[in-house]
Design a protein around this ligand. Structure first.
Ligand code: ADP
Ligand code: ZN
Ligand code: ZN
Length: 805
């Protein structure tokens, strides 16, 4: 038997199938989708089996046998293998990259070398002897950790034949094992032993008594916890032959110890009923269709998702729910856990590698039927999918910004097609692309324009901050917002203050000469971090301590500008000293579980003001929030990105939706320096439809999506000349090769022209129908593949770009 294998070597030259002989003893085991270990040149690497077959087009005499098997059960299903092939083609990535992206990080291979002693340790160079005192083989990593310079010595010893080096492949997945204790005697006997041990060994007697109340194996940790005796005493009981100790495998459960009260389906409002019916009908017909559920905030979209999933589960099928990482708030996860209990696996970045691996295994082993997670959960290895839901479908975090550069929405539609099942995209502010598709009938549009129980949408007021400045208010709070906050404090109601920090930063500037601290490696100003008193580059990590004097003119009038959450917090302390502020930003949520703790505290009323960035814009549902303040609405409008208006409108609408979701009416105050901009004005009436038509006009005028598709070719190198030469040639080649209705822009310097000392240029392709695009782009990668291995030239292609900087 012969296995067709994709090997774990990320190189354009090696991006093809290699064949290996399957040794006799593996013939019954090797299956497509399995990870195996194969010799590759002098190394050993991991590989994925694509197919197992009887014949080869090559001379089988020359084929090498595969070395070992990593999986007992294939890691990837047949469907996922096909999906990987599709992904490779769509995003122009390497096959191995597509395959690896479908598995949890713990399953990616790591490589090391094992150094083995072949004769006695005395013959070995002195410097190396200590490593081989205990065992005849050590990992190269271990030697390197101690002393980097030992490599030449090791090589010398290998030549002399005293040492041997072989490469090894490790998979980093670990299974959690717990020690359990089980009594070997009956109840009466245990009591008898306890009696007689009482005076001599009272701790053991305690353990014996404890065991009489238990049935089956008990975790050792629980015994010590419940009885207060040491592990040693428990082990003594084992040594005496009264009980036995075993290790058992256990799933790590990130929600361990938490119970979820089961919720029952709510009886639906009219619009919810209609939406649900359309979705379940498609499911019952066994057809694929993509729905766009356009429902305002608070219209009850989540309840529709829950009941649609329930419908699929009742047919014995499975469901995937994607939510943006940032709104994978405990609140959202709990709603699924409460409805479907232990049938839910949760996949998000706050889990440890081991936890993620275990959640993934629950999916693959059929122990759960619902997967809730961020972007990569779209690859959940279900085999009988009945429902795929993408909440907040407009979120740009569904696009992966490294290879494979896929959009989860496209993958969802692809899988929905394979399984003939509905895909539901939900949002209060759909992406222009999706809404345009719905209007054209490519997607089915479901509208929910009323809140549950007809709760009123909050009133939105826009405050012109230029006016405030003119009237002498230099604070970051307008008079209006300050009054509103005071009023809430008086009434003991809660509020959310939102600071839009994306595309905005605190920078250091000299007031005398205008000097701005910039990164010497990237063309971008440094961000001031108050907690560490440093200035950092957010692209490359370069950092300096905050200068006290201007490096240019020696003036000491060097200050930081802009406002981060920490500064807002300080100002709040001064202006509203009685207010209890809970701050949520990257700094306060770094620790695992802190996100949840802060939200819990706010939910319990331990804070008056929840102050935060993007991460508080979504998913919050607290009845006592009656005021939402947006400090600076327009910071994102000035980012060089054709989607900046769309993102501004979406975010403001999203934040506004946090207020007045229950009985108490809500109010939203939006502060802006460009209040006349339509993306800010239209938030006032929650008017998505007007926003859509207005923004579509802009896109039409400048030939942007959804009118045109985009593709971007990025070229970078430390050598500016090389970047210019190569990108010019690419530009010419694109113009020459593509159809006449396709527009090619550039090359031009990227919006951030240099990052980590590398110059960056790009060419942009705008097209409607361009059959030659994929072929042309592949040709470019092929042309430069040698130059890319020999020099520092890098060319990346994004066939559906969201990051234009
Ligand atoms: P959305 O996801 O559209 O913003 P949610 O699903 O969060 O809206 O619903 C808003 C609130 O209304 C939630 O507290 C939810 O429990 C409640 N809700 C949803 N549907 C119903 C219903 N049919 N009857 C009563 N309450 C509902
Ligand atoms: Zn200066
Ligand atoms: Zn930098």
């Amino acid at each position: 038997m012969i296995a067709s294998v994709i090997v774990d070597v990320a190189s354009k030259q090696i991006n093809r199938v290699f064949e290996y002989l399957v040794p006799e003893h593996f013939v019954d085991t090797v299956k497509p989708g399995m990870r195996i270990i194969v010799p590759f040149g002098p190394r050993k690497v991991q590989g994925f089996v694509l197919a197992a077959k009887q014949h080869s087009d090559y001379d089988t005499e020359k084929l090498k046998p595969l070395e070992d098997i990593v999986d007992v059960k294939p890691a990837l299903t047949g469907e996922l293998l096909n999906l990987a092939a599709w992904l490779t083609d769509e995003t122009l990535c390497l096959q191995i990259t597509a395959l690896k992206s479908m598995l949890p990080a713990a399953m990616r291979a790591s490589y090391d070398k094992r150094v083995t002693l072949r004769s006695s340790a005395q013959e070995l160079d002195r410097a190396l002897q200590p490593f081989f005192m205990k065992e005849p083989a050590v990992m190269w990593e271990e030697i390197k950790k101690k002393e980097h310079a030992l490599l030449p010595l090791v090589q010398k010893e290998v030549k002399r034949g005293v040492l041997d080096i072989e490469s090894v492949v490790k998979s980093r997945e670990t299974k959690k094992k717990v020690t359990v204790i089980e009594a070997l005697l009956g109840r009466e006997e245990l009591l008898g032993k306890a009696e007689s041990a009482m005076s001599r060994a009272p701790k053991q007697a305690l353990v014996l008594r404890y065991l009489t109340d238990q049935t089956g194996p008990v975790p050792l940790a629980r015994i010590t916890g419940d009885t207060g005796v040491s592990r040693e005493s428990v082990k003594a009981v084992v040594r005496n032959g009264w009980a036995e100790e075993r290790k058992v495998e256990e799933y790590r459960d990130p929600y361990e110890g938490r119970s979820f009260r089961k919720t029952e389906p709510l009886s639906l409002m009219g619009q919810q009923k209609k939406s649900l019916a359309a979705i379940t009908e498609t499911l019952d017909e066994g057809k694929h269709r993509t729905f766009l559920l356009h429902g305002i905030t608070g219209s009850g979209k989540t309840e529709v998702y829950l009941q649609a999933i329930d419908h699929a589960l009742k047919q014995g099928k499975e469901a995937i729910v994607l939510v943006p990482e940032i709104s994978l708030t405990p609140q959202m996860v709990h709603r699924f856990k409460e409805r479907f209990g232990s049938n839910v696996a949760v996949l998000h970045s706050a889990l440890s590698k081991g936890e993620k691996y275990d959640e993934w295994r629950k999916i693959r082993d059929g122990e759960v039927t619902v997967a809730v997670g961020a972007r990569s959960a779209i690859f959940a290895p279900f085999e009988n999918l009945g429902m795929i839901i993408i909440d907040e479908e407009h979120e740009t975090s569904y696009k992966q910004e490294e290879e494979p550069r896929y959009h989860a929405r496209d993958v969802a539609v692809k899988r929905g097609n394979t399984y003939k099942c509905p895909v539901v995209l939900g949002s209060a502010t759909p992406s222009l692309e999706s809404f345009a598709r719905a209007k054209k009938g490519v997607y089915s549009l479901l509208e929910m324009d009323r809140r549950v129980n007809d709760v009123k949408l909050p009133g939105v007021e826009i405050v012109d901050m230029r006016e405030e400045l003119r009237s002498g208010n230099r604070s970051m709070f307008s008079g209006k917002l300050l009054d509103a906050m005071r009023e809430r404090l008086g009434k003991k109601e809660q509020m959310v203050l939102f600071l839009n920090r994306r595309g905005y930063s605190t920078f250091i500037m000299c007031r005398d000469c205008g000097y701005v601290a910039e990164c010497p490696h990237c063309d971008i100003s440094l961000t001031y971090h108050r907690s560490t008193q440093t200035c950092q580059c957010h692209y490359c990590g370069y950092q300096i301590t905050r200068p006290n004097r201007c490096p240019e003119c020696e003036s000491d009038h060097i200050r930081f500008f802009g406002s981060g959450t920490q500064r807002v917090e300080e100002e709040l302390k001064k202006t509203l000293p009685e207010a209890r502020v809970i701050r949520m930003d990257v700094d306060t949520t770094r620790k695992k579980g802190s996100h949840e703790k802060l939200l819990d505290a706010f939910g319990k009323g331990e804070g008056d003001i929840l102050l935060g960035t993007q991460m508080i814009a979504k998913g919050l549902d607290f009845p006592n929030i009656t005021l939402v303040g947006v400090l600076t609405a327009d910071t994102m409008l000035h980012v060089p990105d054709f989607r900046s208006s769309e993102k501004t409108f979406q975010l403001l609408t999203q934040v506004s939706g946090r207020a007045g979701r229950h009985e108490k009416p809500g109010e939203v105050i939006v502060q802006s320096y460009t209040p006349e901009h339509f993306s800010i004005q239209l938030v006032k009436n929650h008017d998505y439809l007007s926003f859509f038509s207005r923004e579509m006009l802009e896109r039409k005028q400048s030939d942007y999506p959804p009118y045109y598709f985009l593709a971007i070719v990025n070229v970078s190198s430390e050598d500016l000349n090389r970047v210019i030469t190569v990108s010019s040639k690419i530009g010419e080649f694109l113009r020459r090769s593509l159809g006449e209705n396709t527009v090619v822009h550039g090359p031009a310097a990227s919006a951030v022209p240099r990052i980590k000392d590398r110059y960056r240029y790009q060419c942009m392709v705008k097209y409607k129908i361009e059959p030659k695009l994929t072929g042309t782009l592949k040709e470019i990668l092929k042309t430069y593949q040698t130059e890319m291995t020999r020099t520092d030239l890098a060319i990346t292609i994004d066939t559906n770009p969201y990051m234009l900087m």
